[in-house]
Design a protein around this ligand. Structure first.
Ligand code: 5GP
Ligand code: MG
Length: 179
């Protein structure tokens, strides 16, 4: 089994690059079909989605724009826990179809909050496109229109996702090995 060590944890390959890229191409084809005739804006959520966004967008054949946003966490009083502010949204999404490009949906709270924020800018539509989804952890009612791969609740790294800042630069996706 191919393993890597990042800091105190061992990770084993769980999704090989070939499988990831196959699913990325499938989802891009769905987007090309569903948004035919539209000029969408893709909003990729940094840092985790940078590799996914690069691979996905090169399979998208629609006339489109891509912009990168960050979700800055700050302590706030909220029923849903940590509040995250969308920063870096410097394009006008009014009246445009928006596709959020996210690395992974876990509880779903991040996406729900981002969608609420974007609605304030009156886009034509908002769809979520996530590389990974942990259906077993979803805590909110969230419509994820495009999912490349569903995974169990274990912690993963690679292909853009990190463990404490490291591990983003691997081609495959790895799952933590419990010892
Ligand atoms: P949510 O708000 O859906 O609970 O959180 C989603 C965010 O949590 C993701 O964008 C990602 O930053 C982080 N996250 C959730 N699960 C994992 C995981 O298994 N590995 C890594 N690296 N990040 C994760
Ligand atoms: Mg993310």
């Amino acid at each position: 089994m191919k393993t890597i060590q990042i800091k105190d944890k061992t990770f084993a390959v769980s999704l090989p690059e070939a499988e990831i890229l196959k699913q990325v191409k499938r989802v891009a084809a769905e987007i090309n079909r569903d948004l035919a005739g539209e000029e969408p804006i893709f909003l990729a959520v940094l840092n985790g989605s940078f590799i996914f966004a690069a691979d996905l967008l090169r399979e998208v054949t629609l006339p489109c724009e891509i912009s990168f946003v960050k979700l800055a966490s700050y302590e706030g009083v909220s029923s849903t826990g940590t509040i995250k502010e969308v920063i870096g949204l410097n394009c006008d999404i009014t009246g445009r179809p928006v596709v959020i490009v996210e690395d992974i949906v876990d509880s779903g709270l991040t996406m729900v909050h981002m969608i609420e924020t974007l609605k304030g800018h009156n886009p034509k539509s908002i769809d979520v496109c996530s590389l990974l989804v942990k259906p077993g952890n979803l805590k909110v009612n969230l419509d994820i229109k495009y999912t490349c791969l569903e995974i169990p609740n274990d912690f993963i790294v690679g292909y853009g996702l990190d463990y404490d800042g490291y591990g983003r630069n691997t081609r495959d996706i790895y799952t933590v090995v419990e010892e």
